[in-house]
Write a protein of this length. Structure first.
Lengths: 900, 114
């Protein structure tokens, strides 16, 4: 019997029908021609004659094509069967693939939901962290040409200050001698008590060089900046922050030109800064609310030993930071020769402003970004696993498509399209998740990160999310797609749809994916474990005082009203007396700068009877001026001698309380009580002070650093360093007493501002906020990865056991015990996990090194963490493979075999 | 066989009606339809493959007939076409139109029904 298919196909060429349609037409027409041919043969024609007769039907060759062309407008009636129809059709194919993909996703909602959730978590976490990185690390600072801005610090590492606030005289010399800066400006923190308009209130502010705002390139929202001539002692002009203007003056536009009362002096408001201007993120956590000209008086301008300025400079065009550093090194070396007393061993550090602002948080953010990348990898592995399992289910469909002429590349494209669709849906859901995530993140981000408020979703975050989604789709889509292209049609057809070579290959890919998932999760868990351990170390640090039940508030006395110790004492005494008698108060004291609220105030001291050391050898001792009762209120243990008391008056012997470390440093094998010391050199005018007591060391400046040498003086015997905080030990919830204590202080002086009402617990929490931030986030991400990995192991085990149920049935029929089957199944899962953990161990050893700067009290290869995490992961993995293994154990041999 | 011109014109005008009529009472495949046309017209009308199938596809596309692959034991499958409800309406209207047309022509040309 002749064959007509080729003849028909020839005539259909050029119609660019979809292959499926073409196949159908060929089938139908050839059937017709066969029928005619048969009839002709039955009628006695020879085969050749019959063939010729039948071909006559087709011989008006263009009739079929032209008539068909009118009917078949290349409509894809059945998108399921796809063939290779050349390059002309890419868009149509894509559209077809997308519709088909969507239908496939809709057809298996459980799969789709699980995959989308996994991807949304992974992508959402990435978008959220990227939004922080974007706001904090990538976004340029809100100043004109911010790359040229640098901070210039003194460096006094030998005193424990790798960067130190410069002194005014040094600053002025730098300003005059340098050739690398376009301009330089100095800033000094200052407190301003605002009185005369409503409640008295204390504001953090700065005295700044008049050119600061010009240097930054920031224009005031209202009014003007400072004029050069205003940088002179005696000018009283102020510029307000937007926030202060809004809150205290109701955003009154007539504020410019008005007089306000600051520190008991009248200042003219000349301008208001714009809303987004937060000041310069500075050395301490300082929240600028207003600015006045720095206007050094002559004696201040000459001061080289007092270090309290912050210096910002703008590099001249073409000058690099390195070149500036080199020139400033030369200048500083000259100043050290000229003024050895103050400047010996003092260096200089030129740091880019950006580095200054983000330096502390950068390592944590980079680790977190890496961590969410890992979470996404685990999510990808999971989805790839799901897709592979589904591809196995879809073997029949794939076989069908290949049979009707779909090319392997076309199939690969179809699978990739499906993966990308999934990734994009996941990405969309992830973006929604990240919106919620960012809200939570913002509350985690320590407020010491000044750009925290600008964290949000912008164009960059959107592009990032889109790119991540696309890459994700390609990554997890590759495995099933390559598997599809290695699909062996013959095997599938021969074996009647049972497991074929393709699924053996699939199993191998799946195993590799699980190993990868376990390894990546392991690294994440190690990272999180190390941070959690560090944080526990941190929280277990003894701050040196009792943190609970302490109420604190700032009470900064205005210098004009309370210029000296004689005039301050009655205020302190009266406040102490009244607050002590309040119900709920156990004790109360005044303190000069509470722990963790201030980084400065240290002085050189000399010891009676000992020669003064060389200037660079002089010990630097942190000084705090307190009231009697401070140690008992704070819960700082007195180990020797006595506390200050009423007897330590202006005219009695000058007393000093030192810490144990100070005692050991100066009098290692002696009793320090009764020994005498004084600030400055022994030749200075100030009187000797007698050691009356020794107290435990307190972590004063930095929670993480070992306590420095410290000493305490009583407020009755010191003129400077006046106490500026009240600390109350309460029997009740500390904050419940806040308003009462504030009112009591106002009863003593109605104009005295009281601010920063807080608990000591909050202050300590704030001191470790960054560590908690990294720990919490990495912990969350590691937990996420662990859950995803567990789901992955579970999925692979379930699938493999379902596939092997026949084998298991045979084993059991041949006498294998259930427990053997359980061992067999679990062994398979555990082997994968152990390989994963082994790889993870090696990777973690290498990768956790980048975290070293985030760790505290443990090394990046802490053995305990490594062992614990390995066990945790093994247990989770065992659980994840136990459940499907139990199912294997329950396989009924008869059922499994009957399945044949 | 009529002259080629008449053949073409008649077929063009009536082909749809013929096919719809043939699948009215039961589904038929293309070869069957072709055979029946030839048989019932006693050889006067004949479709070849190249014109029959495009016509079937057009009718199917308009939704007047619907084709379906049917497999019978021991045979290669064939595509059977049956009339759809929409096709029924069209058939009714076309029959009516054709009847009026033939009557009109007859009245003018004086051709009588046998």
């Amino acid at each position: 019997m002749p064959e007509f298919k080729d003849e028909i196909r020839k005539r259909l060429e050029g119609l660019s029908l979809s292959p499926a349609r073409e196949a159908e037409i060929i089938e139908e027409l050839s059937r017709h021609l066969d029928d005619e041919c048969e009839e002709a043969l039955r009628g006695g024609a020879t085969e050749e004659a019959a063939r010729q007769a039948v071909l006559m039907e087709l011989n008006q060759s263009d009739v079929l094509a032209t008539s068909l062309k009118r009917v078949e407008h290349r409509v894809q009636l059945e998108p399921l069967v796809i063939g290779e129809d050349g390059k002309t059709n890419v868009i149509a194919d894509l559209w077809q693939d997308i519709r088909y993909g969507l239908r496939m996703l809709a057809r298996s909602p459980a799969f789709t939901v699980i995959a989308v959730v996994a991807l949304a978590l992974g992508i959402g976490a990435n978008s959220a962290i990227f939004s922080v990185v974007n706001a904090v690390l990538l976004r340029p600072l809100p100043y004109k040409n911010p790359d040229a801005l640098v901070m210039v610090w003194e460096e006094a590492t030998h005193l424990g200050f790798p960067i130190n606030t410069p002194s005014p005289a040094n600053f002025i010399d730098w300003q005059n001698q340098n050739t690398v800066f376009e301009s330089t400006a100095a800033m000094a923190q200052s407190n301003f008590n605002l009185t005369g308009a409503g409640e008295p209130e204390r504001f953090d502010g700065q005295r700044v060089s008049a050119n600061l705002f010009t240097l930054l390139g920031v224009k005031p929202h209202l009014g003007r900046g400072f004029l050069p001539e205003e940088d002179k002692p005696g000018t009283r002009v102020a510029i307000l922050s937007y926030g202060m203007w809004q809150r205290r003056f109701g955003g009154d536009a007539a504020i410019v030109g008005r007089q306000i009362n600051l520190n008991s002096q009248s200042y003219t408001v000349v301008g208001v800064m714009p809303k987004n201007f937060q000041g310069i993120p500075s050395y301490d956590n300082w929240n600028d609310q207003l600015w006045v000209p720095i206007a050094f008086p002559p004696e201040e301008a000459a001061s080289r030993g007092n270090h309290y300025l912050e210096v910002i400079a703008r590099l001249k065009p073409g000058v690099t930071r390195r070149k500036a550093q080199a020139e400033m090194d030369t200048i500083m070396a000259r100043l050290a020769q000229q003024y050895p007393e103050e400047n010996v061993r003092v260096g200089i550090v030129v740091k880019s402003l950006h580095e200054q602002v983000v330096g502390d948080i950068k390592p944590a953010l980079i680790v977190l970004l890496g961590a969410v990348g890992f979470v996404l990898l685990v999510a990808c592995a999971n989805v790839a696993n799901l897709l592979l399992a589904r591809a196995a289910v879809r073997q029949k469909e794939i076989a069908l498509r290949l049979a009707v002429g779909a090319s392997r590349s076309r199939l690969t494209r179809q699978f990739l399209t499906e993966s990308l669709l999934l990734a994009l849906i996941g990405g969309g859901a992830g973006l929604l998740l990240s919106v919620a995530g960012i809200r939570v993140l913002k509350s985690f981000v320590p407020d010491t990160i000044s750009q925290a408020q600008t964290i949000g979703i912008d164009g960059k975050v959107l592009i990032f999310t889109a790119l991540v989604s696309l890459m994700t789709g390609i990554i997890f889509g590759l495995a099933p797609a390559t598997q599809a292209s290695h699909f062996n049609l013959n095997d599938t057809l021969k074996e009647g749809g049972r497991d074929s070579g393709a699924s053996v290959r699939g199993n191998r890919i799946r195993s590799v994916l699980v190993i990868g998932e376990v390894a990546v999760s392991f690294v994440l868990l190690i990272g999180a474990g190390l941070l959690v351990n560090s944080f526990i170390h941190l929280r277990n640090l003894d701050p040196g005082f009792r943190v609970d039940h302490l109420l604190t508030m700032k009470v900064v006395l205005p210098e004009l009203k309370y210029p000296d110790k004689q005039r301050r004492a009655p205020f302190y005494d009266e406040v102490l007396r009244r607050v002590a008698s309040l119900p709920g108060v156990q004790s109360v004291a005044f303190a000069g700068n509470l722990p963790f609220t201030y980084n400065g105030d240290s002085i050189n001291i000399s010891i009676e009877g000992r020669p003064d050391p060389a200037p660079d050898q002089r010990p630097d001792v942190v000084l705090r001026v307190v009231s009697p009762g401070y140690f008992s209120t704070m819960g700082i243990a007195l180990t020797q001698g006595r506390d200050f008391n009423e007897q330590d008056k202006v005219d009695s012997t000058r007393a000093v309380v030192i810490t144990e470390k100070t005692a050991r440093h100066f009098w290692p094998n002696e009793n320090p009580i009764g020994k005498r010391l004084k600030p400055g050199s022994s030749a200075s005018q100030s009187p000797w002070r007698e050691v009356i007591g020794v107290v435990k060391d307190v972590r004063q400046n930095d929670f993480l650093a070992e306590p420095k040498l410290q000493m305490y003086l009583t407020y009755r015997q010191v003129n400077s360093f006046a106490p500026n905080a009240v600390v109350v030990r309460t029997a009740v919830d500390p904050l419940s007493l806040g308003a009462t204590v504030q009112r009591t202080i106002w009863d003593v002086d109605k104009d005295q501002p009281v601010s920063d009402i807080n608990t000591m617990e909050k202050i300590v929490a704030h001191a470790v906020a960054r560590q908690r931030f990294s720990m919490l986030l990495l912990g969350i991400f590691a937990a996420l990865a662990l859950v995803l990995a567990a789901v992955g192991i579970y999925g692979v085990m379930s699938y493999s056991i379902a596939q092997r149920s026949r084998e298991i049935g045979i084993r059991m029929a041949l006498g294998a015990k259930r427990i053997d089957v359980l061992k067999l199944a679990m062994g398979q899962g555990l082997r994968l996990v152990i390989v994963g953990v082994a790889i993870g161990l090696v990777a973690a050893f290498v990768l956790t090194r980048v975290m070293a700067s985030l760790l505290f009290g443990i090394s990046a290869t802490d053995p305990l963490t490594f062992v614990t995490i390995s066990l945790v992961l093994l247990v989770v993995a065992m659980l994840a493979s136990y459940i499907p293994s139990v199912r294997a154990m329950r396989v009924d041999p008869m059922v499994a075999l009957r399945y044949e | 066989m009529a002259s080629p011109i008449l053949d073409r014109e008649l077929k063009k005008g009536s082909a749809e009606l013929l096919i719809l009529s043939l699948v009215e009472d039961r589904p038929r495949h293309g070869y069957d339809i072709g055979q029946l046309i030839e048989l019932r017209s006693r050889g006067t009308l004949r479709f070849n493959v190249a014109s029959l199938y495009p016509l079937l596809y057009r009718l199917e596309k308009r939704g007047w007939i619907r084709g379906r692959w049917v497999e019978k034991a021991g045979q290669r499958r064939r595509r059977y076409y049956r009339l759809t409800p929409a096709g029924e309406k069209i058939l009714k209207a076309q029959r009516e139109g054709w009847r009026e047309f033939v009557e009109a022509i007859s009245r003018i040309t004086g051709i009588q029904h046998a």
